[in-house]
Design a protein around this ligand. Structure first.
Ligand SMILES: *[C@@H]1O[C@H](CO)[C@@H](O)[C@H](O)[C@H]1NC(C)=O
Ligand SMILES: *[C@@H]1O[C@H](CO)[C@@H](O)[C@H](O)[C@H]1NC(C)=O
Ligand SMILES: *[C@@H]1O[C@H](CO)[C@@H](O)[C@H](O)[C@H]1NC(C)=O
Ligand SMILES: *[C@@H]1O[C@H](CO)[C@@H](O)[C@H](O)[C@H]1NC(C)=O
Ligand SMILES: *[C@@H]1O[C@H](CO)[C@@H](O)[C@H](O)[C@H]1NC(C)=O
Ligand SMILES: CC(=O)N[C@H]1CO[C@H](CO)[C@@H](O)[C@@H]1O
Length: 420
């Protein structure tokens, strides 16, 4: 749910920043995000398109019930529950889009297990239920998911960009709201595996480029699609995270990262205490790192020309869209600093997220530095992840990474309305 925190705050900040507001949003009709599924040669694995709602988020359609009702949800590796609005959730209580009508599903089962997630600027309250859940060719009977009765700041109306009804969490079963509150269940990925529908207990993601709107992303359930990356996948150990009760558990898809290096400038910035846990979170628009790392990078690429807004995001000159600098991210593959780390490279110009104000030469930098109050974990969001091919492997508890093949789309300025 960092998505909402960073996204909303950054935009509110920009608007408060005194930049002229853009014209009212135009009417926009969105095709359904169902696309077509492609079977891979490996038996049982299948690729399904992700909808790139650039530059904010990546969406997927999920069908629930009999007959099925369709929901457009955020594809989120940073959480583990699937939730959509119930009929109790109205426009007034935060659900302006599609709602699940349980009375119209012959396979619906209610439960009395509550679902109450909370995050920095919002919350969603509801109850777990069970029904058929389908994505592409995959179908799970009696899949547990949450129905939300009231929502604050986490859905978007069909007229907005992006349109989103809820969230599909693709993380560990030990991170669902239920598992932390006495309701253990198998999230959708776990059900696909336990019902023998996929050949390996893993999925792989190619998000699609910053400027490639539409069906430019791909999720492969149960396998990888080697046409979507270059080089070899290299595997990082997924790490459990400390919890408030002193134990550790697998929460996000998290690994140790060590250094962020500007390649041409040959300047490296590291965590002050050595390799530190970072989460791979497709549900977060921005990447979030400690202030000294972010400002170290900014001091190098835009000296005296950046400004922090609401303690979270930074504005930078749009001339950085022409930068040829690249940011190298180094992973130690373990807890200790490595002299031969696994590295990936991100073009700096593509870390300029949300180029909203061409007229004022003010662009948003794709790395924020908010200390996330309730969770000190740093994260790699879409501004980094869209350049990587990611293979999330539950069996071996590893994240495979490689450079993604990215379409060579012409850059363009995003409109302010793209953020509202
Ligand atoms: C839904 O709620 C929003 C915000 O409360 C409001 O601006 C909008 O007009 C409402 N739409 C409908 C169809 O009632
Ligand atoms: C959800 O419940 C919590 C705790 O009762 C409350 O603080 C919050 O406002 C509720 N959120 C919504 C969206 O209803
Ligand atoms: C920024 O942080 C300072 C110090 O923690 C705090 O006083 C201030 O209210 C914050 N500003 C915003 C806009 O959140
Ligand atoms: C990038 O460089 C081209 C050619 O010099 C120039 O026309 C354009 O305005 C530059 N773009 C930005 C955002 O500065
Ligand atoms: C921004 O809005 C203008 C005017 O409505 C439109 O022509 C342009 O295509 C939009 N750009 C994007 C990237 O959506
Ligand atoms: C930042 C933001 O949009 N906050 C909103 C979250 O939702 C509550 C309740 O709907 C609003 O009052 C806040 O303004």
């Amino acid at each position: 749910m960092y998505f909402s925190v960073l996204y909303t705050s950054a935009i509110a900040a920009i608007l408060a920043f005194g930049v002229e507001a853009a014209p009212a949003p135009k009417a926009f009709s969105f095709p359904l995000r169902t696309g077509h599924t492609k079977s891979l040669t490996k038996r049982g694995a299948a690729s399904h398109p992700l909808w790139n709602s650039a530059p904010i988020s990546y969406l997927i359609d999920v069908e629930i019930g009999t007959p099925s009702q369709t929901f457009t949800v955020v594809f989120d590796t940073g959480s583990s529950d699937l939730w959509v609005p119930s009929m109790k959730c109205t426009n007034e209580t935060g659900c302006p889009g599609a709602r699940f009508d349980q009375s119209q599903s012959s396979t619906f089962k209610s439960t009395s297990n509550p679902f109450n997630i909370e995050y920095a600027i919002g919350s969603d309250n509801g109850t777990y239920a069970q029904d058929v859940v389908k994505i592409g060719p995959f179908s799970v009977q009696n899949q547990a998911f949450a129905l939300v009765d009231s929502s604050a700041n986490s859905t978007k109306s069909p007229a907005s960009h992006p349109y989103m009804d809820g969230i599909l969490g693709m993380g560990w079963d030990t991170a669902t709201y239920g598992s932390i509150h006495n309701f253990q269940y198998s999230p959708f990925m776990y059900s696909l595996w336990s019902t023998g529908q996929i050949p390996t207990f893993s999925y792989a993601v190619h998000l699609g480029g910053l400027y490639s709107r539409g069906y430019s992303g791909t999720i492969t359930f149960g396998g990888i699609d080697s046409s979507l990356f270059t080089g070899d996948l290299q595997f990082l150990k997924a790490e459990p995270e400390p919890t408030p009760d002193g134990s550790t558990r697998y929460l996000h898809w998290t690994t140790y990262a060590q250094t962020f290096k500007l390649t041409q400038a040959n300047k490296a910035f590291s965590f002050s205490d050595g390799p530190t846990l970072v989460a791979f979170d497709t549900g977060s628009t921005f990447t979030n790192l400690p202030t000294d790392i972010v400002e170290g990078i900014l001091d190098e690429i835009a000296p005296n020309e950046y400004q922090q807004v609401t303690n979270i995001s930074y504005t930078v000159p749009c001339s950085l869209l022409n930068s040829t600098e690249t940011l190298e991210i180094q992973f130690p593959n373990g807890k200790d600093v490595s002299s031969s780390p696994i590295t990936v490279t991100i073009p700096l110009k593509e870390m300029i997220a949300g180029v909203a104000y061409e007229q004022t030469n003010t662009c948003l930098f794709g790395i924020s530095s908010s200390p996330i109050a309730t969770n000190p974990i740093y994260l790699l969001g879409d501004t980094v992840l869209r350049h990587l091919y990611l293979n999330f492997d539950f069996t071996h508890r590893e994240i495979g990474i490689a450079q993604a093949v990215i379409a060579d789309d012409s850059p363009y300025y995003f409109n302010v309305t793209d953020f509202q």
